[in-house]
Design a protein around this ligand. Structure first.
Ligand SMILES: *Cc1c(COP(=O)(O)O)cnc(C)c1O
Length: 320
């Protein structure tokens, strides 16, 4: 392992992404404030380039490549937003990208990844291991592997969203962050601890995949099978070595919510705030609503992590 990223690394990441990533808006809603009795501030990463915060970490990592790494290229494995984030960042920086995706990944996601110029390598998720394939490609072709969450530069980049939130609204009493592998949560925690030391930091994951909660409570990383949940951005099987260390040190608790609560969140964002938010992006709001009784009178941040959901799926989820 390299050394753990710090808030200094988040500051450096902000400088690298400035003018390239969007400084996304922080939105509020009277309706939700009345409902919860708290004052909520939504950091809208669904409005980030390529539709999710993942652009921050990917661009931060790739913009530090040296000449040799740039020429050889980057490799990663992801079927979701990290794939698009690497593909977009690499095309902006002129770095060849290879993305390992499962053969059953949605056609739209493969097309989007190719559309940004990424080369897609297909594998069978039932018989092959994506990490092994990524590592082999890296070794055979001298590519640099940038995994979706467990990498210091990725974590530091993801931390820039919360940094912007605190800079804009000042200190908060609580912060709710969507949790998959923990890149966003650990990066957010670095910013929160530096800019709002007394803020409670909560990770939120789907009930069906509560490995993060079990890991935090047991003190060691719990591995699970791919969880069945509509929150496809949080279907990770385990936290990472870097992300877990930061989460253990800095995060107050990890909460879980049901798929039905996520659908309520999607409906709220669309109806009341005119925002299209993907199921995973609703984790923070769902947990804040469930905890409203304890948040009365508090200033609460919610990271809305992404908005990549096709409209047919969006509609069918609302009607399910
Ligand atoms: C990747 C992703 C997450 C989870 O992020 P981690 O860094 O893996 O914890 C949450 N929401 C969206 C929209 C994502 O794309």
């Amino acid at each position: 392992m390299q050394k753990l990223p710090t808030y200094e690394d988040v500051i450096a990441a902000s400088a690298r992404i400035e003018g390239v990533a969007h400084r996304t808006p922080v939105l509020t809603s009277r309706t939700i404030n009345d409902e919860t009795g708290a004052e909520l501030f939504f950091k809208c990463e669904n409005l980030q380039r390529m539709g999710a915060f993942k652009f921050r970490g990917a661009f931060n990592a790739l913009s530090q490549f040296d000449e040799r790494q740039k020429k050889a290229g980057v490799v990663t494995y992801s079927s979701g937003n990290h794939a698009q984030a690497i593909a977009l960042s690499s095309s902006l920086l002129g770095i060849p990208a290879t993305i390992v995706m499962p053969s059953d990944a949605p056609a739209a996601k493969m097309a989007a990844t190719r559309g940004y110029g990424g080369k897609v390598v297909i594998y069978d998720r039932y018989t092959e291991d994506r990490e092994t394939i990524g590592n082999e490609l890296a070794q055979q072709h001298g590519l640099t592997l940038i995994p979706p969450y467990d990498h210091p530069d990725v974590i530091a980049g993801q931390g820039t969203a919360a940094k912007e939130l605190f800079e804009e609204v000042g200190e908060l009493d609580a912060l709710f962050v969507c949790l998959g592998g923990g890149g966003l949560l650990s990066g957010s925690a670095l910013s929160a601890r530096a800019l709002s030391p007394h803020c409670k930091i909560y990770g939120v994951e789907p009930q069906a995949g509560n490995d993060g909660q079990r890991s935090l409570r047991s003190g060691s990383i719990v591995h699970i099978d791919t969880p069945q949940t509509i929150a496809d951005g949080a279907q990770t099987q385990h936290l990472g070595a870097y992300t877990f260390e930061i989460i253990q040190r800095d995060v107050d608790d990890i909460l879980t919510v049901s798929d039905a609560q996520l659908v309520d969140g999607m409906r709220f964002f669309a109806e009341r705030m005119k925002l299209v938010v993907e199921p995973t992006g609703c984790l923070g709001l769902a947990a804040a609503r469930a905890m409203a009784g304890e948040l009365k009178g508090q200033r609460v941040g919610v990271v809305v992590s992404g908005g990549n959901v096709d409209l047919d799926r969006f509609c069918s989820l609302l009607h399910s």
